[in-house]
Write a protein of this length. Structure first.
Length: 332
């Protein structure tokens, strides 16, 4: 019997890729509605004002030679404008589309809206599956392509999620945010999951691509047990970061400077990761919708972050990849 996807994999589960794959990077975009992250979850308290900005971002990615993966949720997958902008890039082979489930805005609406239920994996398995299948069908019809990758909104995997994905023919999950623990917010614990891609199941039908988050500093090898302790002492954690003792670095422009990200890339490459998974939320493409981009100057910094990161990745010999290439080069 396969282990639940919420648990770390067994030894020997690490994925291998064809030699030509080398070391690659994948850009994932949590393509979702705008909502106030500090407010309670609601069915209808959201917007899609940032969607026109996706066109500029797509053009920017094409200039970098990057094929972004838009992980779309229900409000985006039912937006004619989003379908047009993203769908055009997908049809041209310049972008890919996957599924992201925000249960509180995704029918059927059979559950109470709550923090606990905002993690799809906390729902009754039949309801999680019903929401996912409805969204998957919508994505397939709207974008005229078969989605091959999934991310649970809020990284909310559940014990039955892997079976749900396998039954639906989705071969890749990218919900694991390694080195993060969401139990305080009623979510999963990924603090012991590996950073390198791995097979979730013994049959090797479901591949996990964890988001890349590394530790940097003198205590980075002890980061997995030291950092949780430092979280309880914010001032000490800040001092440890400033003085190069220990810092957790996620490969995202949201709350992470370019300088920090470059250090994180070095650590990921030193650890021999074959794939670096970058991520951010699409509402950050328009000021005022996330805590990370409040002004146009903040937005300029986000674009500059990507310029610097991809320039550095190129210098370090890390080429962009795509979901289709990952599938074709993964060795079972």
């Amino acid at each position: 019997m396969d282990r639940p996807i919420t648990q770390p994999p067994l030894p020997g589960s690490a994925a291998r890729f064809a030699p030509r794959f080398g070391t690659r990077s994948l850009l994932t975009v949590d393509t979702e509605e705008e909502f106030n992250w500090a407010d309670p979850f609601t069915r209808d308290g959201h917007g899609l004002m940032h969607v026109p900005r996706i066109a500029r971002f797509q053009e920017f990615c094409e200039g970098l030679g990057v094929v972004p993966v838009y992980l779309v949720d229900w409000p985006v997958a039912t937006s004619p404008l989003a379908i047009d902008i993203i769908g055009s890039a997908v049809k041209a082979g310049r972008a890919e589309v996957g599924v992201q489930l925000h249960p509180w805005v995704n029918p059927p609406f059979d559950e109470e809206v709550s923090v606990h239920n905002s993690y799809a994996g906390n729902l009754p398995p039949a309801l999680e599956r019903a929401k996912f299948l409805r969204l998957r069908r919508q994505v397939e019809q709207a974008f005229e392509t078969t989605p091959l990758i999934y991310r649970a909104g809020r990284y909310g995997l559940g014990a039955e999620t892997a079976a749900m994905l396998r039954d639906a023919g989705v071969p890749i999950d990218t919900s694991v945010r390694a080195n993060f623990d969401y139990r305080d917010g009623q979510g999963p614990d990924y603090s012991r999951h590996p950073l390198a891609p791995y097979w979730v199941d013994e049959a090797r039908e479901l591949l996990e691509l964890p988001l890349t988050t590394v530790y940097w500093g003198m205590l980075r090898r002890q980061g997995r047990w030291v950092h949780p302790l430092l979280r309880k002492l914010p001032r000490v954690a800040g001092a440890c970061s400033r003085f190069g003792v220990l810092e957790r670095i996620a490969l995202t422009p949201e709350g992470v400077t370019a300088e920090e990200a470059l250090r994180g890339i070095d650590m990921a490459l030193d650890d021999g990761l074959p794939l670096l998974v970058l991520s951010f939320h699409s509402p950050s493409l328009s000021p005022g919708h996330t805590p990370y981009v409040r002004t146009e100057a903040d937005l300029d910094r986000l674009y500059d972050w990507f310029r610097r990161v991809y320039m550095y990745l190129d210098m370090r010999g890390v080429a962009p990849t795509s979901v289709s290439e990952i599938i074709s080069t993964a060795e079972r």
